[in-house]
Write a protein that binds this ligand. Structure first.
Ligand code: PLP
Length: 305
């Protein structure tokens, strides 16, 4: 396994520890029961400045996830935001970066009563390129359904929830696909394993609503806000599986995936099976925004250096 994701320091409960020493005990509750909350944030290097994309929105979601599970945390939003910036500086990162804040229920006796357990917080930052190596991907509709909000609070980004994503992802990879689309328990299109989804039909962009049981993605919200600048409209609506096959364009959106065109679903080419013009327009504009080249969206960027 390549080690090029390693950096020098990891932030742990307010102090820096060398990468190799950021360890937990095997009796850490989160290892047993999935009691961890996390975020995935990108920072973009434009050869002069490192910009963190929508840091405050990610911090808000991180704290909301903690609140939903009632885990508690000994740090304020300001301390975590500062911790993230310090981690990037301490590691002298001047490249595209992925940032992973992680708050886990820590060391303690076996059992589900986590009330007395400390919430251990880590901030990890690593150089990061593309999530998907290809320009466009092939996916299947998973036989696994997306966990419903009646089972788990899907708006929270919690480690335990991701066993659902891992099952769907591994199934897709083992069958030769790049990723999976999950339907919700009503059979409507929900999202990818770690991405939201958007569909283009007759020039309009459609995306499943929050009520479909999706994660409230920050990339999805960003696209909904900037699409009108390109003369495009995003409409939230429930999407049937069959609509995917006859879409003009389809793409995943998310922090890791950014905007990734989907060229085939269940072996059927989407549109003409090539990257579509609207996907390309959005991708190009998003790249300008994250590089700090669109004044209107400098509000989404936090400078590190
Ligand atoms: C299940 C799931 N859906 C959607 C997303 C996209 O959210 P965001 O754009 O905030 O990264 C993610 C990634 O965080 C995810 O894990």
């Amino acid at each position: 396994m390549s080690k090029d994701f390693e950096t020098r320091f990891i932030w742990h409960n307010g102090s820096f520890v060398p990468w190799q020493e950021a360890k937990v005990h095997v009796m850490t509750n989160a290892l047993h029961y999935g009691t961890g909350v996390f975020e995935g944030i990108r920072a973009y290097w434009n050869s002069k400045q490192l910009y963190i994309f929508r840091l405050q929105d990610h911090i808000n979601r991180f704290f909301n996830s903690i609140k939903i599970y009632n885990f508690g945390i000994d740090f304020s939003k300001e301390q975590i935001s500062e911790g993230i910036k310090e981690t990037l500086r301490k590691n002298e990162l001047r490249t595209d970066v992925y940032i992973r804040p992680l708050a886990i229920k820590g060391y303690g006796p076996i059992g589900l009563d986590v009330r007395k357990l400390k919430t251990d917080v880590f901030i990890i930052a690593m150089p990061y390129g593309k999530y998907f190596e290809k320009e466009g991907i092939e996916v299947l509709v998973s036989s696994w359904r997306r966990i419903s909000s009646q089972t788990l609070p899907v708006l929270a980004k919690v480690t335990g929830h991701y066993s659902n994503s891992v099952l769907a992802k591994l199934d897709a990879l083992n069958k030769g696909y790049d990723d999976a689309i999950l339907l919700n328990e009503e059979g409507k299109v929900c999202e990818g394993t770690g991405e939201n989804i958007m569909m283009v039909k007759d020039g309009i962009i459609y995306t499943p609503p929050i009520s479909a049981g999706i994660l409230d993605g920050i990339t999805r919200r960003s696209i909904m806000e900037f699409a009108p600048d390109l003369g495009l409209k995003v409409v939230e609506k429930d999407i049937d599986r069959g609509e995917l096959y006859t879409a003009d364009e389809l793409f995943f959106v998310g922090t890791a995936a950014e905007i990734t065109p989907i060229l085939k679903v269940d072996g059927r080419p989407i549109g003409d099976g090539k990257v579509g013009p609207i996907s390309k327009k959005l991708k190009d504009y998003f790249a300008l925004i994250t590089q700090g080249k669109v004044d209107k969206y400098l509000k989404w960027l936090e400078a590190v250096w």
